[in-house]
Each structure stands twice: as structure tokens, then as C-alpha cells.
Ligand binder design. Structure first.
Ligand SMILES: [Fe+2]
Length: 318
């Protein structure tokens, strides 16, 4: 049986990808950002998921204004990096997991969520930047550490889905994953945000108070977050702050109770607030989710170090 073992929230600022691709990570401005993900990368190396589901939004790369699906699930065997105007990012082609993706599509659609099934799709910085932040820099001819299932959400043209619908979709994804027969340990990313506005009179808007309350409530009171209307995101977090609804898909997929493993927040990166959080299901759900298939344990020498990694990881705020 497959399990969702953790949720990861991360901003997907394109300038972070550019800094990485152009070897600027040691510059003080960017080191402040990248250093906040060092513990996360250690956590990910120890966690070693079998599959990652990455919830992100396409930025007119795979979809133009002619067709904008509300929810689009990548069921292909691979997803090449998109050309976003200056050539594709120098990152590996993302390998998918068509069997699990198709299973999720069937389960979720029969649960009355109308996903668009994408059997061919390029992926942009919205997906690859958070993957870099958690998996590290990987050469173009290298391999991402695990297969990835992209889930693209419309947050670029009104009306985007509500936070409540995103949260409920996350619950449906949890149910779908847990009905998949293979022992797979799955992590789910929610990406985008945090507060930012890239154009208009309020360009450059950042609202740290709002962002930090959102991060707090992800673990403490997600029901409060699912009630936030679009207009509140617009007013408080800027026009592009609506991307934060995608984090609620991740949160819904974790079950009712979670424990916060790690958090990082800094401003700005480019003109955006950078937020990051790692959550794990708490209590009995966490124990069940942490089950490591015997085959995987054998391949790693039988050393399952998640508990140790958890002890090392500490909460950091800035
Ligand atoms: Fe974005």
C-alpha cells in the first residue's frame, strides 16, 4: 500500500532557478535563500521518497491563454523542461510515474474532481525550482532522485479554484494514493507564493505577517485557511499571492493532524517572499507512513535513519 509520508511547501521564484543555473548561490543575497534549504536537502536525502507529487502552476509554458485547465495531472512517462524564453533550464528531464498517476486520475475523477489528464507536458520553473531546492542542483544529463507526478493548478486566470476545493482535492489524492497496491512512500509538494505582486501600483508588495500566519495555520488550523476567499489573498498577499491555495492541496493530502518538521522564511527573493515548510502526518498516521519496504531497507544497508534525521532538523525562522 502506498502512503503519503510528508508534505513540503516551497516558493518557486524563477529568479532562484536563475541564480542556481548561473552559479550565483554563494553570493550573499542568494546564500541567504539557499542556506535555508540545506537542512531540507539533508531531510530529503534521509527520507528518500519513492515518488513525489508536485503541485505547481504553469506559467504559460505548457498551456497558453487558449486552454487553461483548473487541475491538470501529468500521466506521461517523462516531462521535459520548458523553454521559458531563454531556453530550457539545465535540469534533467523529469521522469514520471504513469501507473500511479493513472491510478490517482481514476480515483480522483471517480470522486468527482474533474482533472485534465496530460499525456504530454513540458514543465517550467514552477515545478523545477522547488525540486532543486529540495533535491539540490543536478546536472542536465543526471537524474532526479525519484519519479515525479506533476499536478498543475490554474492560478493565472480568474477564477482559480477555492482553497476549500484545493484542500478537498488533497484529501482525494490521499485516498487515491492509499488505495494503490504497491508499497510506495510518497511526498507531496505544494508550491508557489508566498506574498508577492509583480505588476501594477502595488508591485513589490510583501506581507510577512500574513505569510507567517499562513505557515502557522498550515499545521495548527488548516480549516481557517480553507475559508479564505480569493479577494483576501489579493488584498493581503498581492495579485500573485493566490498561488498559496496550492499549498492547501498538499495540506489536505496529509490528514487531519501533522507535525511541523522544519520551516524557513525570508524576504525577498527577487520581489517575492520565500516560504518553506516540511510537515509530516502525526501520531499513528506518521508511524504507518514511515514504514519502509524491506527491499528499500536492504538496498540502503538496512539503515533507516529518518528518526535521526528528524532529530537533526531544527526549526529555523528568519
Ligand atoms: Fe508562480
Amino acid at each position: 500500500m502506498a502512503r503519503i509520508i510528508a508534505g513540503i511547501g516551497s516558493s518557486h521564484v524563477p529568479a532562484i532557478g536563475a541564480a542556481l543555473d548561473n552559479n550565483r548561490t554563494e553570493e550573499p543575497y542568494w546564500k541567504r535563500v539557499f542556506s535555508g534549504f540545506e537542512k531540507s536537502q539533508a531531510w530529503m536525502r534521509e527520507t528518500r521518497p519513492d515518488v513525489a507529487i508536485v503541485v505547481y502552476n504553469d506559467h504559460a509554458s505548457a498551456f497558453s491563454v487558449e486552454i487553461i485547465p483548473t487541475f491538470a495531472l501529468g500521466c506521461a512517462a517523462e516531462f521535459p523542461p520548458a523553454d521559458e524564453g531563454w531556453g530550457p533550464r539545465p535540469v534533467p528531464v523529469v521522469k514520471g510515474h504513469p501507473a500511479l498517476a493513472s491510478h490517482i486520475a481514476q480515483s480522483v475523477i471517480l470522486d468527482e474532481f474533474d482533472l485534465t489528464i496530460c499525456n504530454k507536458m513540458e514543465v517550467d520553473h514552477g515545478m523545477t525550482v522547488p525540486m532543486n531546492l529540495l533535491f539540490g542542483k543536478i546536472a542536465k544529463d543526471g537524474h532526479w532522485p525519484c519519479p515525479v507526478i506533476p499536478l498543475a493548478v490554474n492560478v493565472v486566470m480568474y477564477p482559480p479554484p477555492t482553497g476549500h476545493r484545493c484542500y478537498m482535492l488533497g484529501k482525494a489524492i490521499k485516498k487515491a494514493v492509499e488505495s494503490y497496491p504497491d508499497d510506495l512512500r510518497v511526498v507531496i509538494f505544494g508550491t508557489g507564493g508566498l506574498s508577492h505582486q509583480i505588476s501594477g501600483p502595488r508591485a513589490g508588495l510583501i506581507n510577512s505577517k500574513w505569510d507567517k500566519a499562513f505557515l502557522d495555520n498550515l499545521s495548527k488550523d488548516p480549516q481557517k485557511l480553507v475559508k479564505i476567499p480569493h479577494v483576501d489573498y489579493m488584498r493581503e498577499a498581492g495579485a500573485e499571492g493566490i498561488e498559496m491555495v496550492m499549498w492547501l492541496i498538499m495540506r489536505g493530502a496529509l490528514g487531519d493532524n501533522v507535525r511541523e518538521v522544519y520551516r524557513f522564511y525570508t524576504v525577498p527573493a527577487s520581489n517575492t517572499a520565500v516560504g518553506h515548510i516540511i510537515l509530516e502526518p502525526s501520531g499513528a498516521a506518521r508511524k504507518a507512513a514511515a514504514h519502509k519496504p524491506a527491499g528499500k531497507a536492504k538496498r540502503s544497508g538496512g539503515k533507516f535513519k529518518r528518526a535521526a534525521a528528524r532529530a537533526k532538523v531544527q526549526r529555523v525562522r528568519s
